[in-house]
Design a protein around this ligand. Structure first.
Ligand SMILES: [Zn+2]
Ligand SMILES: [Zn+2]
Length: 231
């Protein structure tokens, strides 16, 4: 008969990707971690994966509403599968392994570039009821704990249930989100907006408009996955 202790042992000693036994306590074994689609070269501002590290065409064309995006992975196997498991198959527990890798990457940020506050991208309450959790909030809380940065999940809210961004074209995405978010006043001068995936950046840009409290404020964006449009 299986006891709760057995379950604990199973969870922490099997890699969530290859199921091999591992002493690694984070859920993904070192071999699988090495093979993940880490972003190698990318746009220095929006972290879009590309073959060189100059500004991407979009960032050359227009001023971004954020200072810098930090992203860990390209949207490829098995990260795309893990994100789908977390979002659509009730496996928010997998976020712990991803958050731990992200925290390790973000520890190299210089102290003066470290944000004072983490704010997750909110979910409309209707979708939140359907899913039962907001994966961006889980990620923000885990990162806050691992990096010692306060988290506030109450400032931003999404008060319009919008169509899924992935299914829309670029100009439709902007229209779809107009006026969908609002933000309460807050004091922090440097914030990081947290989300699981960033595609065209339309959601992030829309949120930056409502998040900005003063011209001198710095907004960074931390996402697990950064990908080009339509992938
Ligand atoms: Zn593995
Ligand atoms: Zn860019």
């Amino acid at each position: 008969m299986r006891t709760p202790t057995d379950n604990y042992w199973l969870f922490f000693s099997q890699c969530i990707l290859c199921r091999s036994h591992t002493k690694h306590p984070r859920g993904i074994c070192p071999d699988c971690q090495r093979d993940l689609p880490w972003i190698d070269t990318c746009c220095p501002r929006c972290a879009l994966p590309q073959t060189h590290s100059y500004l991407c065409p979009q960032c050359r064309k227009a001023q971004a509403p954020f200072r810098q995006v930090h992203a860990l992975f390209d949207y490829q196997f098995p990260i795309n599968e893990l994100i789908a498991q977390i979002k659509y198959h009730d496996k928010p527990v997998y976020m712990a392994a991803l958050a731990e890798m992200m925290a390790r990457h973000l520890r190299y940020i210089k102290p003066e570039r470290k944000p004072d506050l983490l704010i997750p991208v909110p979910m409309h309450k209707k979708r939140l009821r359907q899913r039962g959790y907001n994966q961006a909030e889980i990620l923000a809380r885990l990162l806050g704990k691992l990096l010692g940065i306060p988290v506030n999940c109450e400032l931003l809210s999404k008060h319009q249930a919008t169509a899924q961004q992935m299914a829309l074209h670029r100009n439709e995405r902007q229209k779809n989100l107009r006026g969908a978010f609002s933000c309460r006043p807050f004091e922090a001068q440097h914030v990081a907006l947290i989300d699981d995936v960033m595609t065209t950046g339309t959601t992030v840009s829309e949120i930056c408009q409502v998040l900005r409290q003063s011209p001198g404020q710095t907004i960074d964006v931390w996402v697990l996955v950064r990908t080009a449009e339509d992938r």
